[in-house]
Each structure stands twice: as C-alpha cells, then as structure tokens.
Design a binder for this molecule. Sequence first.
Ligand code: NAG
Ligand code: NAG
Ligand code: NAG
Length: 435
Amino acid sequence: MAWGNRAVNARDRPCGLALTLLLLLLVSPGEALENGLARTPPMGWLHWERFLCSTDCAGEPQACISEQLFMQMADLMVLEGWKDVGYQYICIDDCWMAFTRDEQDRLQPDPDRFPSGIRKLADYVHSKGLKLGIYGDVGNKTCAGFPGSYGYYDLDAQTFAEWGVDLLKFDGCNVNTVDQLADGYKNMSLAMNKTGRSIVYSCEWPLYMRPFHKPNYIEIKQYCNYWRNFADIYDAWNSVKNVLDWTAVHQDSIADVAGPGGWNDPDMLVIGNFGLSWDQQVTQMALWAMMAAPLLMSNDLRQITPQAKALLQNKAVIAINQDPIGKQGYRITKDNNFELWERPLSDGAYAIAVLNRQEIGGPQSFAFSTTFIVNGLACNPACSIRQILPTSEDWGLHNWISFLKLHVNPTGTVLLKVVVIKEKLFNNKQESPAL
Ligand SMILES: *[C@@H]1O[C@H](CO)[C@@H](O)[C@H](O)[C@H]1NC(C)=O
Ligand SMILES: *[C@@H]1O[C@H](CO)[C@@H](O)[C@H](O)[C@H]1NC(C)=O
Ligand SMILES: *[C@@H]1O[C@H](CO)[C@@H](O)[C@H](O)[C@H]1NC(C)=O
C-alpha cells in the first residue's frame, strides 16, 4: 500500500533481492537526506512545550506567540552564552499563521502578532548569527487548525525559502490516508530541495505512520534530517520516562538508523521549567546526550535558574551529544531499577549513563565491573574515567578488572565518559592490537 510497507515486505521476496538489501544495510545504516545539514544533532530553542498556542497578546504580552517573543529569545541566546555553546536555531512552532492564506495563496503570519513579517524576523535572527525555524503541516490544517500545506508544498517551500527560513518542523495532523502522509512528507522534502535553499527538515512521519504500519526508517532518513517517533513531551517526569522507555524498547529498530544528517527526535528539552526535579533535569540532559537527540530547549530564557542554565550549557555533556561519529546510544541492562546505557564516541571513547528508576528512598548504590562496558573492551588494557554529571569529577585510571561503585539519587543519572588508554607496548610492537 504505502511506500513504507513496500520496503518492509521486501523481506518476503526471493532470496536475491533480500540478500542485496541485507548487504546494503550492512554497508550503511541508510543514506541521509543530501542537503548537507544536521551533521550533528541540531541545537536551539522551540516554543511549543513552554508557550503552546498562546495567541492573546493583550492578556499575556510576555507569553504570546509573537515576533517579540522570538526576538527576545534571539537576543538572550547571544547575550547569555547559549550561542557560544552551540544553540543556534530559534524555532517557531504552531500558531504563527493567520487563519487564511493571502490573495496569492501564500501562507502569511498573523498580522497583529507578527506585524513586521517573517522575512524581517529571519533577518533579525540572522543578524545575531542565529538561524530561524518555522512550522507547517503536511495535511489540510495544522494541529491547531491553521492552514496546512497539502496541495501547496511547492508554494510553501518557496515562500519559506524566500523568507530566509533555515529549518522547517512539519507536523502530521489532518491527513486522510497513510499514503498521503508518506507522499506529502516526501513531496515537501523535494519541494524544499528545488528552492535551492538549505533548510533543515524536521518530520513527524514515523509518529503518525506507526498506528498503521511499521515506519521504514531507511526511507525516512533519505527525506528528513530528524524525525519524531513518540508523543509530545510534557513538563513531567512521567513524560520523560515514557520517552526513555519507548526508545529503549524500540532501540533495535531505531538506534542504528541515526547518524550524521538524520536523527531520532525524542522531542524538546523541558529543563528550566516547572515539572522536573533537579535530578530529573540531570537525567533528561544526560539521556538526550546518550540518544544523540536534537537539543531543542522549550523554556523561558528570560527566567531560568542559574542551575538549569549551567546544566543546559554544560560543555562536556554537549560534546557527548554532538560527537562527530553520531552513533546513538542504547540501554544495555535494566537491573533492579537501575538502567545502564552506553554510547560509542569518536576516538574509541564511550559515554555511560547510570539511571536510578527507583522513586522511593534515598540515593542507591550501584556497582558494576568495567567488563560490563562495551563487552569489556573499553578498559582493556586501561581507561580513564571522568564523571560528567551530576558534577564534574575525575575518577582516574581503571583497568579491565576494575569495579566501579556509584551512588545515584532517585530518578537521577550519573553520566561518565570513558576514554580508552592504549598501552605504549601495543603501539610499538603491533599496529593494531587484536580485539
Ligand atoms: C538537492 O538534492 C541534491 C541531491 O539529490 C543535493 O546534491 C543538493 O545539495 C540538494 N540541494 C539542497 C538545497 O538541499
Ligand atoms: C484534504 O482535503 C481534501 C478535500 O476534502 C481531500 O481530498 C484530501 O485527501 C485531504 N488531504 C489530506 C492530506 O488528507
Ligand atoms: C506527491 O507528488 C506526486 C508527483 O508529483 C503526486 O502524484 C502526488 O499526488 C503528491 N502527493 C501528495 C500527497 O502531495
């Protein structure tokens, strides 16, 4: 029926084709969209979780979706050091539009809330050395009921390109059939390519596809730079937990697909808001780094605690998230309320996260052997370990028989970076020690 289905069913076809496909899979986890963008997970700010569809600028001048909100966030992004650590995209979500298209059928912003227009807003954001993201929908209406792009993909792509937009979040509401969903996401990708402007393409294709059939991630990655798999995040521990559980359960089919140019998107960072305890904020930051997730904060940069700001600006965690080889981490064990995740990094290093899922009592101790990490390879013959979160601490040198013991607060995470030390002996005598 739909595109996704065809490729999945290829497994049932004669051996030759299946073998060819298998070989293709072994060679590469799938070609990424060739727009040269998102070589590491995009970082920025997105209005949705914190500001939703607030359109009442008379009643809530500080919180309504208006050009002023995005200009203020852009100013702070530069002034408060966000840009310096890598946050770059200022992204508009739903509810920026007027309820109707203009006389030439083009999308237009709400004239009261965006009186200068999107082109001017993009110029402003660019003048700060930042990039602008915008929002549309593959169907007949956006999720909040504003005009959708169905039937207008070329025109809307051209409009966004003319405005100088750098990223498009394309939602999947109000689509009649699953064929139209897949075709619509592809057609918009091709339409944006035709404009000649480089625009990061954020899709929700697998999220809306999954109720009908299994998404074909190899194909999705050819059209999208990142894609949502799971429901919208809320400012709540329960929501963060659900995202982590979903990701761990589905990791065999999604983790290997991620890489430069294409990423799984577990949705926004809600750090700096109201719903997560300190330990839960640490967990979100650590695990989003492990998952190679886009780091799109949804918070109010005008009112954020120094503690949340320091966590979001932690360069060592960001470096794990932005690691150039772009391999997504995975959960390796779940043992009595403890979860152990690992993520391969460049230069043979690893990130390790230990999450305490117990929601009663105090800090719990967790002990594990370094042989647990990467099947014992990471610390053989030796490794150095640094704790990155919740605080930065040097744990010194270890070897393959070291035992590590740590204490983790309820719902908190300890994040470690393990750097392999190759013995001089090996370097001199043998080019590559047998692994
Ligand atoms: C359009 O796609 C081609 C490959 O199909 C790629 O080489 C080119 O860079 C793309 N252009 C843009 C603007 O993304
Ligand atoms: C949009 O509405 C038209 C007319 O009702 C319908 O034919 C079309 O399938 C709809 N598009 C999508 C993507 O659902
Ligand atoms: C996508 O483009 C193809 C080729 O132009 C067209 O046949 C198809 O109807 C389009 N689908 C949607 C959902 O726009």
